[in-house]
Design a protein around this ligand. Structure first.
Ligand code: FES
Length: 82
């Protein structure tokens, strides 16, 4: 099972804590998480916002991002999170 995470490249890359969460998620789900970076997802008032498949989530914290992906893909057995 895989899930597509869509986000704004500019908004995501300007937030180091968000990038760290993404790096953790891609390491945890190397074959199941598909990240689609767009120039803008038309969510400039809600940043950082994401889409998981067709669900929209505004003002997502790094911790919320990790939790949302875990909900969709299942908690990894060897999760090593703070
Ligand atoms: S520039 Fe990031 S959502 Fe529009």
């Amino acid at each position: 099972m895989s899930v597509q995470l869509t986000l704004c490249r500019l908004c995501a890359r300007s937030r180091p804590e968000f990038l760290r969460a993404l790096a953790k998620l891609t390491a945890t789900y190397p074959n199941d998480l598909i990240i689609e970076e767009l120039e803008c997802i038309a969510a400039c008032d809600d940043v950082p916002a994401i889409m998981l498949e067709t669900s929209y989530y505004p003002q997502v914290s790094p911790g919320e991002l990790i939790a949302l992906v875990h909900q969709r893909l299942g908690e990894p057995v060897n999760a090593n999170e703070p």
